[in-house]
Design a protein around this ligand. Structure first.
Ligand code: MN
Length: 309
């Protein structure tokens, strides 16, 4: 079976831009792209043929939308609205999702998790009441995280403050996140190989163009079938599950760091955090082991310490 779409000349031009020809182009065709479980051939006549196990998914990227944008297979192509390439049936597909936590917390790590949820496990995970980790209690997080990791393949990249601060000397926060997502995704893809997900869904934290730019010198970049979306946990349970696992590891790490500091390190970046950071400084504890130093809390803590003297 193959899917054939009839498109306008301008759509055909956009598709040609989007699908880099990477195999022999047959007579009468203007491009042919061999992607992840799908081959796309565009003909001068305005017909575009999708062939392979992922033909449905790939063709839907064009039929469900009026604007045509990058699908992630060709990061150099133009992209406009980030949500316009989301297949309408995404929630029912086998998806590798990723999300990060800790970006708004002064103390503790930056934690990125990726989780693969094959379509046969979607209902089970939904039945457990998996939602965005921000809406769940710490107890619910740990119970759900333990169930998730016993059912589906996942990988966590836990960047401790000491490492984060090191990276931050040459990379901004979004760049660190981009590397974390890419690494977590590639580890899960290795685990599930030769199975390939229908889509890779990244909870968007930076525009896709910036994401690809941050990774341009990285040897192994996950590009095939990548979709960026904000609030992606609402689009597929794989992202919600990733968010829960990431939060679980972040909370555990905060507990470990609290033990090391011999005091409770709170989440967030409010005034309470400033005072705890000032306490650490007063006790001559190395702040870089516990906190993300680029936050304004660092200066505020130093100021509090000055006033105490
Ligand atoms: Mn997120």
């Amino acid at each position: 079976m193959a899917i054939v779409l009839k498109v306008t000349p301008s759509q055909l031009a956009t598709m040609k831009n989007n699908y880099l020809s990477n195999t022999t182009i047959p007579t009468g065709a203007i491009f042919r792209h061999k992607g992840n479980n799908v081959m796309i051939t565009g003909y001068k006549s305005g017909k575009v043929m999708f062939q392979g196990p992922n033909e449905d998914l790939e063709a839907k990227k064009w039929t469900d939308t009026t604007t045509i944008t990058s699908n992630g297979t060709n990061p150099k192509s133009k992209s406009s609205s980030p949500s316009s390439n989301i297949p309408t049936n995404l929630g029912n597909l086998s998806v590798l999702g990723s999300d990060e936590v800790g970006t708004g917390s002064y103390f503790g790590p930056l934690t990125v998790a990726a989780v693969y949820v094959p379509k046969e496990h979607i209902q089970t995970l939904q039945g457990w009441g998996i939602a965005d980790s921000k809406t769940l209690t710490d107890l619910a997080i740990s119970e759900l995280a333990e169930k998730i990791v016993s059912l589906v393949p996942y990988h966590v990249v836990n960047i401790l403050p000491v490492t984060y601060n090191q990276y931050n000397k040459t990379m901004n926060a979004n760049e660190i996140k981009a590397h974390g997502h890419n690494h977590a995704l590639s580890e899960v893809l290795k685990k599930i190989s030769p199975i390939q997900p229908n889509a890779v869904l990244i909870d968007q934290f930076t525009p896709p163009t910036a994401y690809w730019r941050y990774l341009k010198n990285t040897p192994q970049v996950i590009k095939d079938d990548v979709i960026f979306a904000t609030k992606a946990e609402q689009l597929h349970v794989a992202v919600a599950a990733a968010s829960i696992i990431a939060r679980y590891v972040e909370l555990q790490t905060l507990r470990d760091l609290s033990k090391q500091a011999q005091q409770h390190l709170p989440v967030g970046a409010g005034t309470k955090v400033d005072h705890v950071a000032a306490d650490l400084l007063e006790q001559k504890l190395p702040l870089e082991n516990f906190a993300k130093l680029h936050f304004a809390n660092t200066q505020k803590a130093q100021h509090i310490l000055q006033q105490r003297k």
